[in-house]
Design a protein. Sequence first.
Length: 550
Amino acid sequence: MLRFPKLVIIGAVAIVGLSIPIYFKLGSEFMPPLNEGTILYMPTTLPGISVASAEELLQTQDRVLKSFPEVERVFGKAGRADTSTDPAPFSMMETTVVLKPPEQWRHKPQWYEGWPNWSKPIFRPIWSDHISWEELIDDMDRALKIPGVTNAWTMPIKGRIDMLSTGVRTPIGIKIFGADTVEIERLGEHIEGILRKVPGTRSVYAERTAGGYFVDFEPRRDQLARYGLTIGQLQDVIMSAIGGENVSTTIEGRQRYPINVRYPRELRDDIDRLRRVLVATRSGFQVTLDQVASIQVVQGPGMLRDENGFLAGYVYVDVSGRDIGGYVEEARKLVSSQIQLKPGYTLSWSGQYENMQRVKETLKLVVPITIALIFVLLYMNTRSMFKATIVMLAVPFSAVGAIWLFYILGYNVSIAAWVGMIALLGLDAETGVFMLLFLDLSYDEAKRRAQLNNDDELNEAIVHGAVKRARPKMMTVAAAFMGLLPIMWSTSAGADVMKRIAAPMIGGLITSFIMELVVYPAIYKLWKRRDLIPAAPLLQPEGESNGTLA
């Protein structure tokens, strides 16, 4: 390799260049999925579903989910609890699906199927012989294709964090801001139709911001005056007879139950019966409700969202089989080409993508600062700008291994991956300094012995530092490598995140170690040969005069 140092350097640069297109093929996401062992199924129906229909739908969904052999138990709810922290409309359901351990999931054939049983645990963490998390969710999604229901799949802790941080419960969400709920709903429905065509869309649902149904009671003031009634008296009848009024509380041990009084369901389950509700007058006789008020069903906002001073509507998008970053880039181009926004209306892509963009901007500052700090520390240690630059060359060499290992394992680039890359910078600096130290020691020793008289002796000194002392360098790399390798075989909670952190360090250590053994000597030779060649004596044939060389 030392005979053609420039060719070696060109080859190394070519390898780095070939890895760049592979990097752009990698997907991107905010954080890898943290398997909680539990699925949160969050289907959404159109506004206006009745209590009886919601109950029947919820029971049907629970029955289908419980039929899967991987499911241990299921619990679903419709609507929201009496709390302001869970503003879920009645049309949105939540079903918690507790799963059995992955070892009890359905079997999936693998290439090592016929191998001895003792060898299978070696390959199982990387090539599982049970169906995967994504395959299970896809099976459930296909089994729950119910007309009028849009599915969304997440996990309980992850879903709560997403909703608290961005307000969107799916991996991707589109926030539509404007001044009119009708126009916001129109834009949402248009975007919903566009995104259904994007590959990777598992489900998409646009909130019907103006699609709520309400029974509107309009008082007839002249008729109220005729019978000597006030608007307050009319509202009291509507609230108590139709809406229900708590008149007392029953105490059963530590439990408290309100006692609610209102008309039975058969007297208030349609508009015609509501019109026949009786209102007592001061004179003692009763009149029907339609005599003193007009009753009709109207549409309006089921729930108003206010964000940044604008009314808002959300479009929820669940993605399967694609990375978040690549999906959003394609979807944004398609939406921007087909949607014309009126003045005063804007779109904002949210969910995990919003977190990705926030982290991306932070990394643009953190990574250069980290590299600069490492460079400054190297310069303070070596007192040589050139040596510090040589050590920093390990960064692209290590990136080659990290990129290819991510590509082979099918990982997406995430914040966890960048944490591993930043940690890899420190390991690279360590191995690079170690390599340069042995080259300097070997060179100084040969120089002290006056064994740097020609190019061959320079090669011998570099080989002595780079190859004959490979054992301590290999032990340094192997110590870090063997400490990280068991993470790739872990399957416990949090293993998916840990693997994304360890993978760039494992792949980067392998390629940086190999490239340092090959490329560093070539660069070192070109650097030191500049001082060697002018001072090197030239051999002359016996009897030939040296006068011409003076």
